[in-house]
Each structure stands twice: as C-alpha cells, then as structure tokens.
Design a protein around this ligand. Structure first.
Ligand code: MN
Ligand code: MN
Length: 323
C-alpha cells in the first residue's frame, strides 16, 4: 500500500538532486506528475473492481481517469484474474466479467511526454486470498527499503523471498521488475523476485525502475507459462510495408505510441473495423508487430502482484507512484 510506504519514511522525505545528477528538475517533475496521477487512478481501482464488472468497463474507467488528469496511458491497462499473472487486456468484442471470489490484478501505466510510471494493485474478492495481497505489498515495501545507489539488483530477490517465506508463500520466479527509460517501458535491467547468485548489476543514481513481486501459494516451484494472445501489441521491427492499410496503421502506431505497448481499442478511429483487424494481422505476420501472450501460473494457482515505480536518489528510492 502506498500509504504504508510513506509511513515507513520512504516517500515523505525531501529529496535533493546530487550535483552530478543527469536527472534535471524538469524531468523529475514530469516523472512525479505521471506517477502521482497514476497513483490517484490506482486508488480508485479498489472501489471500481466488483463481481460482474466487464473488463472493458474497468479499463475504460482507468484510462479515462488518467487522460482526465492530463497524462496518457503508457500501456494498455492489464486485467489479470486468478491464475492469469500478466499481459491480458480486453479486446474489442471482449465479454469477460470479474468473477465472484476472484483475485484481480490491475496493472496500469501513465506517461507525460515519455516519462513513464508503472504500478499495479491487486484486489481480493475472497478472504482466502487476502493474504496473497498483503504479502505482495509487504514484499514490495521491504524491497524498496534496500534500494540505494550501488546496491546490487539481486538484493531485491533476496528480500522478496524472505518476506514471502515468512507468510508461507512464494514469488513467481520468471516475472521480474525492470528499469524504465524515455518512451521505454522495459529497459535493459531486470529485477528478479527470487535470489540469483550471478551479477545483475547495481542500482544507478538517477535510474528509474519498477519493482513488482508476484506471489502465489507454496508447493511446486512457481512460474508462468505462455497462454493465449492477450491483446497487447508492440512494434518489434519498423520497416516499409506495401499494403496500404497496414502502412497507414503502422504510421499511426509509431506517431501515437512511440515504441510503447498499445491495444486495438486505441486505433478504432484509424480504419473501419474489418480493415483494422486485417492490417493488424498483416503487421504481425510480417514480423513488424509483436502480440504478447498472457502469462498463466503453471500450477493454475491464484496470483497477487504489487508494483511501484521509483527514481534512485542519493537518499534512497523516490517512489513516484504514490498519491
Ligand atoms: Mn506494471
Ligand atoms: Mn512493470
């Protein structure tokens, strides 16, 4: 919970930039605006998620709320229920609704001119699953406390595992946090939620990162596997294409999203429906676009997620995604 972070002294300190910082005040302000707007929307998600709500309605609420605050979504809002851990966003004809007694992860992102915030909240609709949420939030909170310039990235996995172990729970080993760049949601650095003994590098002063523990019950080792396509697309390799509709669609995608992930619902004004779908398929089959697969827990166990974005300052992490 973001408020808990503030209470723990992580968020409410006054941060000053180091003299060698390449993070200037304007950029910092942009990151904070994107993060605060995202956090305000994220807090509303708790009251929006209820049984029988359509996924399409939930993402509309999230994305309209972001836009009303003057920021843009940095990726399509993910709605991942129960054993679906990540990468599902509703398609145009989506009829899915939030099931009773489920656990719902809403992963949302914003950006202000390419300065990105990425955060997630899990809503439990079953008392038997509440502990997964509490544990994910506590693991995230504990991980943030060890962040400082020069700290090894693999300290995060150590801390996350330790917290979850105390709950009798475990992290998903193959879903990680990540560095964030300008118009780049997933930078080069991965931040695993399990301890690995090889060198993953160190947190850099002024670096922007997201930490995101995914939590499930103990038993066989927890990991995710690819499932059905999830409706989230990204430009993989830009090149010329002859097909007129596909070329026009690609030009719009590049102009609007600048390398960030997107959904079909954000493009319905470009081409009429059947031609939009054909052009999208064409760009995928030509290897220009990539469609993410939904990621499902291998043992079909329910999953919780917590996530914050932060900037590493000399005093520690400055969490951008808090109100
Ligand atoms: Mn996220
Ligand atoms: Mn993320």
């Amino acid at each position: 919970m973001p408020r808990e972070l503030a209470g723990n002294g992580i968020a409410k300190r006054v941060y000053t930039l180091a003299p060698e910082a390449n993070m200037d005040e304007i950029k910092l302000e942009g990151y904070m605006k994107a993060g605060r707007a995202l956090a305000r929307t994220r807090e509303k998600v708790k009251s929006w998620v209820r049984p029988n709500l359509k996924y399409t309605e939930l993402v509309r609420l999230v994305e309209e709320d972001l836009v009303s605050q003057g920021v843009k979504p940095s990726f399509p809002t993910n709605v991942d229920v129960n054993d679906v851990a990540a990468h599902y966003t509703p398609g145009l004809d989506d009829h899915l609704v939030i099931p009773e007694a489920s656990i719902v992860k809403v992963d949302l992102g914003s950006h202000l001119d390419g300065l990105i915030a990425d955060s997630a909240i899990t809503v439990s609709l079953s008392t038997e699953l509440d502990e997964l949420v509490t544990a994910a939030e506590e693991a995230l909170s504990a991980a943030l406390k060890v962040v400082a310039p020069g700290v090894r990235i693999n300290e995060v996995g150590r801390v996350v595992e330790k917290v979850l172990d105390s709950y009798g729970l475990q992290p998903i080993s193959n879903l990680t946090g990540h560095s964030i760049g300008y118009y780049e949601l997933h930078g080069d650095v991965s931040i695993p939620n399990v301890y690995v003994d090889w060198d993953l590098g160190r947190f850099q002063l002024d670096g922007v990162y997201a930490i995101e523990p995914f939590v499930t019950f103990q038993g066989r080792p927890a990991r995710v596997v690819d499932s059905v396509p999830g409706g989230i697309y990204i430009v993989k390799k830009n090149r010329r294409i002859k097909d007129e509709d596909a070329a026009r669609l690609l030009a719009e995608i590049n102009a609007r999203f600048k390398g960030l992930p997107f959904a079909e619902r954000w493009l319905t004004d470009v081409l009429p429906r059947p031609r939009l779908e054909a052009a999208l398929r064409k760009l995928i089959s030509e290897g220009i676009l990539y469609e993410y697969a939904t990621l499902v827990e291998v043992g079909s166990r329910p999953v919780a997620q917590a996530e914050h974005t932060f900037i590493v300052t000399k005093d520690g992490p400055l969490v951008t995604t808090i109100v």
